[in-house]
Write a protein that binds this ligand. Structure first.
Ligand code: SF4
Ligand code: SF4
Length: 490
């Protein structure tokens, strides 16, 4: 009987998570991260509370997405639904901006400004505040559950929850007047969607920032994969200078065997401070978010043992190859200015300038016309031909504005509206449109018997100091010379 084939050992497709307990670190990059965290969190939490006077007819919240009235306010800019291309333009600029940042400084977005990074960093500081630094956290995690551990965990998670709730609460303030919504929220009279949104955002912040942390960057977020495809040998990344650090050896070994060991003393400091637990000495990897904290730690170690800083540093792969071959390090600014970065910068700048130009020259009034199709025209008992139109006059200013609509073309044509008498028909009509409103009008246009089908325009003009105009071309239907196809009105 043949021996059975040996069964290969089972390998798991799932890598068990190694919980990361990053050690506190100080240095110029850490201080820069503090600054970015303070600025981004302040912008997020404070912005809805900023006021901006737009007069009595518009909300005074500086940044507001007014869903009910379909407006987006951002300081002096007010975007109407038909101007959504401005928002689309801003989103495209944000996308190109990310490409630009990636091309110039690698994954700086991930390392400093991504919300997942900022909130994870915040929660990690809470860990240090409550549990102590890395070693104390590891001891507590390994300790059996008891009253002291339960109390400490409960307290810490309460702080997580508080931060998460505040995060969710701040989000909804962008969609309604913040002071009013706060009052309504706490009195229980806010819309159910407000409570649901806060609950969802509280839960996601609590779970993603408090527990999933680096797992989001490593396994869930698509951006690191896109970025890796965008990086090239000219992109700045955080690199370990292996030609200088290897072979690793302690200070004692270096003293005993001069010239035989590199600068890395294998202290693991760079790994211990890493928020994703990655060992940068293994080379560039998707797990490195380029936060540069390992640079701070290694620089500190190098200072302590009297060796030059920069064993781990920002550098491009091209610079690394140059230094490995004995070349001098290039100034960082030279690495920033390469062709691809300049192209992104040019596209981004051109788009921004185009949007600014469009914003600066846009009209604050407009006219939209829809013609009645059924029937396309009517013949009046006088023999004249009548067409009907639904016209909308839009006033995008936060004050009432007088406007004038004029018939342009259509010889002999006059118009009146359903709120005025036929006897008042003329080629010009005037209306005042309320602040920040659209005024619908039903306009009847008559032309003499024998008028041929043709196009003409409604010309709109604001008759105040600021002025402004818009035109809408429409069709005037009339019987063809050979055959009439509509009934008479009597
Ligand atoms: S901190 Fe510097 S010296 Fe210490 S292990 Fe990392 S690279 Fe080596
Ligand atoms: S390896 Fe260094 S730069 Fe990369 S994530 Fe870790 S600490 Fe930050």
């Amino acid at each position: 009987m043949r021996n059975p084939e040996p069964v290969p050992p089972r390998t798991s497709l799932y890598e068990k998570r190694q919980v990361v307990y990053p050690k506190a670190v100080d240095g110029k990059f850490r201080r820069f991260k503090w600054l970015v965290m303070a600025v981004t969190l302040a912008i997020y939490y404070v912005t809805p509370w900023l006021r901006w006077d737009r007069g009595p007819y518009a909300p005074d919240q500086a940044v507001l997405v007014d869903m009910a009235h379909r407006r987006f306010y951002m300081f002096s800019i007010e975007i109407w639904p038909q101007e959504f291309y401005f928002v689309a333009g801003l989103l495209i600029m944000a996308g190109i901006g990310l490409f630009l940042v990636t091309s110039a400084v690698g994954r700086a977005w991930c390392g400093y400004a991504c919300p997942q990074t900022v909130w994870t960093d915040l929660f990690q500081h809470v860990d240090r505040l409550i549990d102590g630094d890395r070693n104390a956290q590891m001891r507590l995690a390994a300790a059996p559950w008891g009253p002291a551990k339960i109390a400490r965990r409960g307290f810490k998670w309460t702080i997580y929850l508080f931060i998460s709730f505040w995060t969710g609460g701040a989000w909804i303030m962008y969609f309604a007047d913040a002071p009013t919504l706060t009052r309504d929220f706490w009195s229980g009279s806010a819309a159910p969607v407000a409570y649901a949104t806060v609950a969802i955002l509280t839960a996601t912040t609590f779970v993603l920032g408090g527990f999933f942390r680096e797992q989001i960057c490593i396994y869930m977020c698509p951006w690191p994969r896109i970025q890796t495809a965008m990086l090239d040998e000219k992109s700045l990344i955080v690199t370990y200078k292996d030609w200088r650090g290897e072979p690793r050896g302690s200070v004692k070994q270096a003293l005993k065997n001069p010239g035989e060991v590199g600068d890395c003393i294998d202290c693991n400091g760079c790994v211990n401070v890493c928020p994703t637990g990655y060992d940068i000495r293994n080379g560039p990897d998707v797990r490195c978010i380029t936060c540069a904290l390992c640079i701070d730690e290694c620089d500190k170690v190098m200072a302590q043992i009297g060796r030059p800083r920069g064993l781990i540093d920002y550098a491009t792969l091209e610079d690394c190859a140059n230094e490995r071959a004995g070349g001098q390090p290039r100034p960082i600014i030279k690495s920033l200015l390469h062709v691809r970065t300049l192209v992104y910068l040019g596209v981004w700048g051109a788009l921004g300038a185009g949007l600014l130009f469009a914003l600066g020259t846009r009209q604050h009034i407009d006219i939209a016309v829809q013609k009645d199709r059924n029937p396309p025209f009517m013949r009046l008992s006088s023999g004249e031909i009548r067409n009907a139109y639904t016209v909308k006059l839009r006033n995008m200013e936060s004050r009432p504005r007088p406007m004038e609509v004029t018939l342009s073309g259509l010889p002999g044509g006059v118009m009146w509206t359903d709120d005025s008498a036929r006897s008042s028909a003329a080629r010009v009509l005037r209306r005042t449109v309320d602040a920040d409103q659209v005024k619908p009008l039903r306009i009847y246009v008559v032309a003499p018997d024998g008028t041929a089908p043709q196009h003409f325009s409604f010309a709109l003009r604001a008759i105040d100091k600021e002025g402004g105009s818009d035109v809408s071309e429409v069709r005037f239907d009339a019987p063809e010379a050979e055959h009439d196809n509509e009934g008479d009105e009597h």
